[in-house]
Design a protein around this ligand. Sequence first.
Ligand SMILES: *[C@@H]1O[C@H](CO)[C@@H](O)[C@H](O)[C@H]1NC(C)=O
Ligand SMILES: *[C@@H]1O[C@H](CO)[C@@H](O)[C@H](O)[C@H]1NC(C)=O
Ligand SMILES: *[C@@H]1O[C@H](CO)[C@@H](O)[C@H](O)[C@H]1NC(C)=O
Ligand SMILES: *[C@@H]1O[C@H](CO)[C@@H](O)[C@H](O)[C@H]1NC(C)=O
Ligand SMILES: *[C@@H]1O[C@H](CO)[C@@H](O)[C@H](O)[C@H]1NC(C)=O
Ligand SMILES: CC(=O)N[C@H]1CO[C@H](CO)[C@@H](O)[C@@H]1O
Length: 472
Amino acid sequence: MKPFALIYAILFIAHLIDAFPNGNLDFSKRDNNTIVPYYYNQTIDHYDKKSGTFKQKYFVNSAFYKPGGPIFITTAGETAISVNQVKLSGISYMASLFNGLVISVEHRFYGESYPPVPDLHTKNLKTHTVEQALADFATFISNPPDVPVKIPKDSKWIFVGGSYAGSIATWMRKKYPKLVFAAWASSAPLLAKLDFFEYDLEVGHALPCHDDVAGAIKYVDSILLSGNKTAIKALKVQYGLGVLEQDRDFATAISFPVAIMVQSYFPPLSPNDIDTIPTFCGAFAKSPNKSPATLNAIYVQTFKFFLNSSKLTTDEAITRFFATSAISLAVPNDEVTYYYQSCTQFGWSTTAPRPPHQSLRPQIVNVAGFQALCNFLFPGIPSLQVKKTNHELGGNKGTFSRTVFTTGGHDPWTPLTISGSDKHTISKNSVFVIINGSHTNDLRYPSSVDSASLTAARKFVKDNLSEWLKKY
Ligand SMILES: *[C@@H]1O[C@H](CO)[C@@H](O)[C@H](O)[C@H]1NC(C)=O
Ligand SMILES: *[C@@H]1O[C@H](CO)[C@@H](O)[C@H](O)[C@H]1NC(C)=O
Ligand SMILES: *[C@@H]1O[C@H](CO)[C@@H](O)[C@H](O)[C@H]1NC(C)=O
Ligand SMILES: *[C@@H]1O[C@H](CO)[C@@H](O)[C@H](O)[C@H]1NC(C)=O
Ligand SMILES: *[C@@H]1O[C@H](CO)[C@@H](O)[C@H](O)[C@H]1NC(C)=O
Ligand SMILES: CC(=O)N[C@H]1CO[C@H](CO)[C@@H](O)[C@@H]1O
């Protein structure tokens, strides 16, 4: 997890998609085929065709496919692709309504799809750029593999993705409109931004007990900023994190569970599941004493519950999960390669908002910490180029065509995607819908606890894709 917790939250979401609910639709009756991985010979450097190839992993689900149907292509973005993306996700559900083929192609430098590099030192990461990744997908679409299915030349490709993969979907349609017929981008952060403090503000908006958490964090700040080493050490021990030497690692660690809880909130799927946000806030509501020390003590209890339920119960596990100094540059390491993209092209550093804003994370979770981490991991790294990224990819304004944007009303990433108020700036053929929910909810397989707004959003996506497929 390291200085910006949210990386983990994104990864966590990918896992959530894996942990799809069975819901009330019995998919097994329709789809018993086994999905096996395939590997595509991908160009290492699209600006140097003699650079050789690497193996890019992909999964295909042809259970719903009928010749003439569209090809739904997706990726997991900053993590490994999974069978459930093509089999039991909101994407495969959508494909089943269109006789579509579902393909998930791994993003370069994640999962098993690393170009051949000895380690992740800066000099070996030159081809780890979003432009190269987009070119990979474009190459895949223009030269599709013929296993396990032969894809007709005139097929319509719909690029789908959630979170960073949703940004990829948007950019694929924008950059390669001849190859990509339409895009469906869920919770896509389209704007590169170094100091993404708005994330924390959104977490506060979605959390009924934000005042109590902010109070606890104020208490933490009073100690972390005091410079009193004895008191700081005692505070870390109180949180069960005495092993963490760096104050920043500690501060990031204690900011993590609340953010991930809000970002990944979904109503409980069974009576055995905890309804996380109300349960968490309930712990504060029970206490009439709102002194900083008391709020901190309650926060400590919930944090320890998180540590225990995540099996982070030994110093070794805690170090591996939270200590910057423990990050390894050995291949593969998706955490490091995501940092590289953040450090060079996107930023997306989820910092503490400064006063007078309320903050749910300690003040030392800041841009200086992010930059220190970038320099620590990647000495000599080229500086972050958010202006260039936004200029090249278009940011979250401008015109988009044949793109369905979805986002969550309680999704902390929403400030970086396009918004309803920007509707006039998106072209006639693009549509936008806000779901009463959190991050990438529409990419989950439908379930019995889906809100009316989520169900309506799925229909919205389906109807608009269907209209475009008929019309163009
Ligand atoms: C798929 O497998 C399930 C149990 O594993 C079985 O009940 C179902 O009939 C199978 N469906 C098909 C179409 O073979
Ligand atoms: C991919 O490259 C390998 C050699 O690395 C070769 O054996 C294989 O035939 C190639 N596959 C395709 C589909 O071109
Ligand atoms: C530092 O904190 C410790 C433990 O809370 C306390 O006993 C001590 O008085 C503090 N030192 C100073 C200089 O404030
Ligand atoms: C820690 O988690 C285990 C299950 O992983 C549970 O049995 C145990 O009661 C938990 N301990 C505390 C103190 O919550
Ligand atoms: C949004 O969903 C929550 C349940 O997750 C519900 O309590 C709330 O009333 C809904 N809000 C709207 C505006 O529908
Ligand atoms: C056919 C269809 O359902 N179209 C929908 C696409 O999205 C717009 C919003 O921009 C809806 O109003 C349409 O109903």
